[in-house]
Design a protein around this ligand. Sequence first.
Ligand SMILES: *Cc1c(COP(=O)(O)O)cnc(C)c1O
Length: 478
Amino acid sequence: MSEPGRPPHMTPDEFRRYGHAVVDWVADYWSTVADQRVVPDVRPGDIAAMLPAGPPDRGEEFGTVLADLDRVVAPGVTHWQHPGYFGYFPANTSGPSVLGELACAGLGVQGMLWATGPACTEVEIVMLDWLADLLGLPDRFRSTGTGGGVIQDSASSATLVATLGAVHRASGGAWRAAGVDRRYTVYTSTHGHSSIEKAARIAGLGGNAVRIVEVDDETQAMRPDRLRAAIKSDRAAGAVPAMVVATIGTTSTTAVDPVPEIAGIAREDGLWLHIDAAYAGAAAVCPELRWTHAGVEYADSYCFDPHKWLLTGFDCDAFWVADRAELVDALTVLPEFLRNAATESGAVVDYRDWQVPLGRRFRALKLWFVLRWYGVEGLRAHIRSGVALAQELAGWLRADDRFEIVAPHPFSLVCFRLRAGDAATEELHRRLTASGSVYVTHTRVRGAYVLRLAIGSPLTERRHVAAAWALIRESVPD
Ligand SMILES: *Cc1c(COP(=O)(O)O)cnc(C)c1O
């Protein structure tokens, strides 16, 4: 007999039964996603219109909820795990990642402090050390050195946290109490990510604080001479240059900024160097691609997204700092209700001081599951297959003189256009999207409309890239 008024909680046995049904649903999805249109055929409002105006008064049968996944949700899904999905950057997931996420959800731990989740904190510390090893990152980023790693929800949050650290440093710590007292400036290239401007706005520096440094026409990477000149002229005008964000693998074309030169300038001028390797960082698991990471040993902070190309479901950004004490000093606030013996002892990491929110979930579990399921060799195989397929596609593009490749492509993104011009390239793009079997996105390089084809879905095989290429050739407008 249940207590009067007791809510209808799902019992462990019910959870077991329905949980198995949901796992089956996901497994069926993965087995059949290749047969779907990559991008759904819906108009704005179509999906919302299928939902009732409010929640049910009485709880419903779980079976009807599950059925609505097929009826309501499935028609409106953009299939990021589809083998023909080549848009933006990949947002990989994988079986072990989903199961790690499930374990995390089941534990329902809130790991704001070491004391509120010792395993949540310590597994994360060790996973970030493992990842630092895997990518060949410098020793000082490890928990055994002066720094350490933390999982942020996204690269955007990592940029924000780095910005706060940089302003804290540039103000000599005064920022913490007094706020933004001077005109601080932040530098990135024309192709630096939009999250850098967002971070500057949130940090109170204002969007104008972000100085856009010109790129080299050929490589689309930041020009160090222009960086030096911009810092000099801003300083002369009374600003305080605080941070430079170098990108390894820009979102537009995966250009790699010349980090060693940029680091030299940052050091001379006392700027915080943050490296945004959101997508391309994953490539460093392969020793033969580590050349793309030259100079990371000089960074004050570095981030990459395992949720892009390293088989770990969104959200999972890995962020490291070289000096954890400085970061904690910038962000810590200790109200009475969070005081505890472990924190007072100074012997533990409280990750609440490494991020914007207070609360955090046990995201390290999915990383742990992924790293153990694939192993170093498995992860390298994933990256290598993406890179090899992209290089093969680039070869096909080069052999067809209707096409031109517009930027270097060391990773698994190829940017190309039709020599016939923007109108033809846009029409080709429209036809590819309409086909439903392939999805690519676009950017502008040197002002021209360019298609971006990013390989990286775990389901993508050589035959899918070959089919995409066949479709691209057939879809060229006359
Ligand atoms: C994707 C991307 C980001 C933003 O990633 P989120 O994790 O979604 O915030 C930032 N920088 C670069 C270079 C990116 O490619």
